[in-house]
Design a protein around this ligand. Structure first.
Ligand SMILES: [Zn+2]
Length: 401
């Protein structure tokens, strides 16, 4: 969903700030629609002024979404959970938080911080716009009110109201929206059952997603929905957000189930002992015909004499042209040990699962005191989950939208 397409624009409070290319779509859309509607309400303004206002407002909207995510992130860091990055994308922002909050209280505070920040910014800007205002009481027609606004007032009013909308929308009680996290933390505090609380909050999230999709499709067919209006673009947009929320809810629940099942299970219970290995000095051809053929393994620890030298995978082999196989050594295509992500026999399986997903690898070498004692394979983890839980899936980390 958010891989590889992001541009790093800077670093704040030790958190990388990234922009996904999809965010440019939103930027262009907001700037265009704002510039076009200013043309209707303020026809006497210069086009340069109207477009400057539109661009400035979009940039301030961008800063507002960033402030919302920073509020979540700083609260999370204050509770001891590090945040790697904040990415701005099509549907707003997402903070990559390394693990789920460990208590209902810290989840509540972390979740509420974002919407609180948005509403605070919104109120401050609206009050500011009001303070700048000329006396409006004398004007009776609302259209006249709009046409008498100054440029600064237009920006403050627009960015202020969009922040209020952002704050309120995020407080909808469906997980993984902030409101859904707030709901989950309250249920969690009452029942002391994280999985059960997550189930309820994600069900509401999925329900809200279905409602938005239904509402969006109705809008496409000309039905007017209060607050959202009607029409093709608005309808598709609402349906799209609903689809995203529906998906994200289902995935979040699976993640929590997976983490819950694997918590407290050590890697050594799931890992494969005595995995097949390869030699650094054998040719790729030997690797393929003597080791890969006839097994269902996808990666092999590589030894240089008695030392673990790295890992070689099927993808490494595929990336090597067929005619090079006899003359290429395994050591030339492997990932050197120093660059491999590894686990240890006493590590929590939930953590190892996160490593597999974050690094996008199928297997992790299990190393104790520099010695290879096994391999943890993704499919063995999934098998374990199938045997011990209701569902199986992948995923890692957690986000907040
Ligand atoms: Zn949020």
């Amino acid at each position: 969903m958010l891989r590889g397409q992001s541009l790093r624009i800077g670093r704040l409070f030790g958190i990388d700030i990234l922009i996904d290319w999809t965010w440019l779509i939103i930027f262009a859309l907001i700037t265009y629609s704002l510039g076009a509607s200013l043309g209707v309400f303020q026809p006497e303004w210069d086009p340069e002024l109207r477009w400057a206002i539109a661009v400035i407002s979009s940039l301030l909207f961008f800063a507002s979404v960033l402030a919302h995510e920073l509020a979540h992130s700083l609260m999370s860091q204050a509770h001891g959970t590090p945040v790697d990055s904040i990415t701005l994308f099509l549907f707003g922002g997402v903070a990559k938080i390394r693990e789920e909050p460990d208590s209902a209280r810290s989840e509540f505070l972390m979740a509420i911080a974002g919407p609180a920040m948005s509403i605070l910014i919104g109120v401050v800007l609206l009050v500011f716009a009001g303070a700048l205002g000329r006396p409006l009481a004398a004007v009776s027609d609302p259209a006249d009110v709009i046409s008498q606004l100054s440029a600064t007032q237009v920006v403050a009013l627009w960015v202020g109201s969009i922040n209020i909308v952002l704050g309120l929308f995020n407080m909808l009680p469906g997980f993984p929206l902030d409101g859904g996290r707030v709901l989950r933390s309250i249920l969690w505090a009452i029942t002391d059952d994280l999985r059960g609380s997550t189930r309820w909050a994600t069900r509401i999230g999925q329900g809200l997603g279905w409602l938005m999709m239904a509402g969006g499709v109705s809008m496409v067919f000309g039905v007017t929905i209060p607050f959202f209006g009607t029409g093709l673009v608005g309808g598709l947009w609402l349906a799209f957000i609903g689809w995203y929320l529906n998906n994200a809810s289902a995935q979040s629940y699976q993640q929590v189930v997976v983490q819950d099942i694997l918590k407290g299970i050590r890697v050594e219970r799931i890992m494969r002992k005595d995995p097949p290995t390869a030699s650094a000095w054998e040719s790729v051809e030997t690797l393929v015909y003597d080791r890969i053929m006839g097994t269902d393994d996808h990666s092999f620890p590589v030894f240089d004499h008695d030392e673990l030298a790295g890992m070689v995978t099927l993808s490494d082999v595929r990336a090597t042209p067929r005619e090079q196989w006899p003359i290429t050594k395994v050591r030339d295509i492997m990932t050197p040990y120093g660059d491999c992500t590894v686990t240890a026999s006493h590590e929590d399986a939930a953590q190892a699962m996160s490593k597999l997903a974050t690094c996008d690898v199928r297997e992790l070498p299990v190393i104790d005191d520099g010695v290879l004692i096994g391999v943890l394979r993704r499919r063995d983890l999934i098998q374990w989950l199938r045997l011990h839980g209701e569902t199986a899936g992948g995923g890692s980390g957690s986000g907040s939208v």
